[in-house]
Write a protein that binds this ligand. Structure first.
Ligand code: FAD
Length: 317
């Protein structure tokens, strides 16, 4: 039993970057094997993508019966696969849906669960940032198959060749698991920018923008970044609630987080404290955000950001 199962995060077979990060981590723990839930075409597309990141087997679970329901059938399918393969660990990209799947799976398998890890080493021993980033803890599961959800951007994905052998796995979904059906689905309107929770760079704006998010968006576009916001900004209706970063918003862990006109309240920090490099622009040099930054600019964001954006665009040529 050396297989490490990694649940593939995909959209119609197009595999999202966090899966490649998890396969990179899985190689530290054993033999990385991917799990795709979808139709035959999606499974084939996904298998092709993950084999470049070291996936040996790619277990494909037919999604026909699973699509159209909420998370319960996925948890049940993974339970059956885990019982059949007895892996050393099961890794899932941290997302609201996957954390719910992981929780249900842990109950079904009688296993321990760790969510929102930012690193996983041999053991597996995880690193997490907890209590709004106040503590960094190392933890390990002491019972059953370790189930771990890992935040996007926790590692840089590294390519490695794998066989990517599609291995169909038949599951039986109970009526109980199908008791909540999705009636309609509305695809999210995309901004053309990277997904906030997966982006390598996030540029955020707070109350200090005064409601003008143009400098934030222009800097984000110059950097190929996602746009984020503080709760004060979204509660004021200046931008979408979907962009809120923090305790009651999204948790992000990018390579670079640029906080503009954001004071650095503990509830905001809870959602971005594990960012690798933090930069803040704030006109108040006493603002608490400066306690956690790698680089800080004391100044008015309405003049600092346009100058920064212009310089970046100039250097990009
Ligand atoms: P402020 O705290 O008002 O800070 C604005 C900053 O902008 C100031 O530091 C000011 O110096 C600076 N500034 C002003 N003008 C300029 C300028 N022209 N140029 C540069 N800087 C300027 N907040 C979150 O963000 N996310 C959450 O998920 C969240 N969850 C919460 C949950 C609970 C239960 C509670 C009680 C609160 C939560 N909050 C959350 C709210 C949080 O406590 C703060 O109120 C909020 O983060 C403040 O947002 P802000 O930093 O944009 O605004």
């Amino acid at each position: 039993m050396t297989e490490v199962l990694v649940l593939i995060d995909h959209v119609n077979g197009a595999v999202r970057k966090p899966t490649f990060e998890l396969l990179t981590i899985a190689r530290r723990l054993g033999e990385p094997c991917a799990v795709v839930i979808g139709d035959a075409e999606q499974a084939a597309t996904a298998a092709e993508a993950v084999k470049a990141y070291g996936a040996g087997k790619v277990y494909s679970i037919d999604g026909t019966e699973i699509a159209g329901y909420l998370v319960a059938p996925k948890a049940e399918a993974l339970q059956q696969l885990a019982v059949a393969t007895n892996p050393v660990a099961i890794l899932l990209p941290s997302s609201a849906e996957n954390k719910e799947i992981a929780g249900r799976l842990a109950i079904k398998l009688g296993s321990g669960l760790i969510t929102d890890a930012v690193d996983v080493q041999e053991g597996p021993v995880t690193t997490q940032s907890v209590f709004a980033g106040t503590y960094t803890v190392k933890a390990r599961v002491t019972q059953g198959i370790p189930i771990i959800t890992i935040k996007p951007n926790s590692v840089a994905p590294e390519e490695a060749s794998g066989a990517g052998t599609l291995t169909p796995f038949a599951v039986t979904i109970s009526d109980t698991a199908k008791s909540t059906q999705i009636m309609t689905g509305q695809p999210r309107t995309t901004s053309g920018r990277p997904e906030l929770t997966e982006a390598a760079i996030v540029v955020s704006g707070g109350r200090g923008t005064g409601g003008d998010f143009a400098p934030i968006e222009e800097l984000a576009d110059a950097l190929g970044a996602a746009v984020g916001a503080s709760r004060a900004a979204v509660d004021s209706g200046w931008t979408s609630h979907a962009l809120q970063v923090g305790q009651t918003g999204k948790t992000v862990s990018p390579q670079l987080y640029v906080a503009n006109g954001i004071s650095g309240a503990i509830q905001h920090r809870a959602g971005m404290q594990t960012s690798k490099t933090i930069v803040a622009v704030n006109e108040d040099e006493e603002a608490p955000i400066f306690d956690l930054v790698d680089f800080g600019v004391v100044g008015d964001l309405h003049s600092v950001l346009p100058a920064l954006t212009a310089e970046i665009n100039k250097r990009k040529g």
